[in-house]
Design a protein around this ligand. Structure first.
Ligand SMILES: [Fe+2]
Length: 260
């Protein structure tokens, strides 16, 4: 990534195929990277057990919290790394393990910080999570410095951004799905269909009640019938990890020939 929190377009994907774990870590230690070990719970049953145990402890202290499923990724990031202002579709949390970082969390479901149509697109998977950001937003943010052993959670879809403060940073990022988060996802994806395909202006974001349920059921039929083909947005790598190179990367000469 770049150095300016307001320029997410500077973020680029580096290919890692054929790069050893040791070389990856070396590059992350000295460059400006986020290494995202996605769905580590699928790769190793010990992580599955760990994540389930963590959620089990949360459920013990918050009995009204009823996740239907949970999953996780391990984030390893450079001492100077930043994460641009963004909102995630699933509800998520950060369990911090190593290094120090600062996180800013902005009001959730507030159109001043995240327009509703952008959240609809994020839920539908047709745009990246990065959002337009202005420094003045920080006045509405809560900001925490996070040390190893600390845990951060925020309201579902609240925009957030991160700047690492010190050392190689390692965190477990978990996602969970509840009846409420799934209901919101269905309403927002249905609203996107109404907005983009049927020309509805500002369909209601109300998540409960007969209309919300009707929209969700109708959209399920639309999706099953293939009436709303979605162009999922994915990054294409333009760099390759090379721990010996300055910055830990070299340009990928055949970037266009690699699958997105
Ligand atoms: Fe996030």
């Amino acid at each position: 990534m770049g150095n300016d929190a307001s320029r997410p377009e500077e973020n680029r994907l580096a290919a890692t195929e054929g790069v050893s774990g040791a070389e990856l870590l070396e590059a992350v230690r000295h460059g400006r990277f986020w290494l995202n070990l996605t769905r580590i719970d699928l790769a190793d049953a010990r992580y599955r057990e760990l994540i389930e145990a963590l959620y089990g402890q949360l459920i013990e202290v918050a009995p009204h919290f009823r996740p239907k499923s949970c999953q996780g990724s391990v984030l390893i990031s450079s001492p100077q790394a930043l994460v641009y202002y963004h909102a995630d579709a699933p509800a998520n949390m950060l369990w911090h393990i190593r290094g120090r970082k600062r996180i800013w969390i902005y009001p959730a479901l507030d159109e001043r910080y995240l327009q509703r149509d952008l959240l609809e697109d994020i839920f539908a998977g047709v745009r990246h999570e990065y959002l337009p950001y202005h420094q003045s937003y920080d006045q509405a943010a809560v900001c925490y410095d996070v040390a190893p052993g600390q845990w951060v959670a925020w309201p579902h879809n609240a925009p957030h951004r991160v700047t690492n403060l010190e050392g190689l940073n390692i965190s477990l990022a978990t996602e969970h799905f509840t009846a409420a988060t799934l209901r919101r996802q269905r309403v927002y994806v249905a609203n996107r269909f109404l907005r983009t395909r049927l020309g509805w202006k500002h369909p209601s974001p109300r998540e409960t009640g007969a209309v919300a349920m009707l929209k969700s059921v109708a959209y399920r039929c639309v999706a099953r019938l293939g009436l709303d083909p979605l162009q999922y947005k994915r990054y294409a790598p333009v760099l390759r990890i090379n721990a010996q190179a300055p910055g830990g990367v070299t340009a990928l000469a055949d970037a266009k020939s690699l699958p997105a």
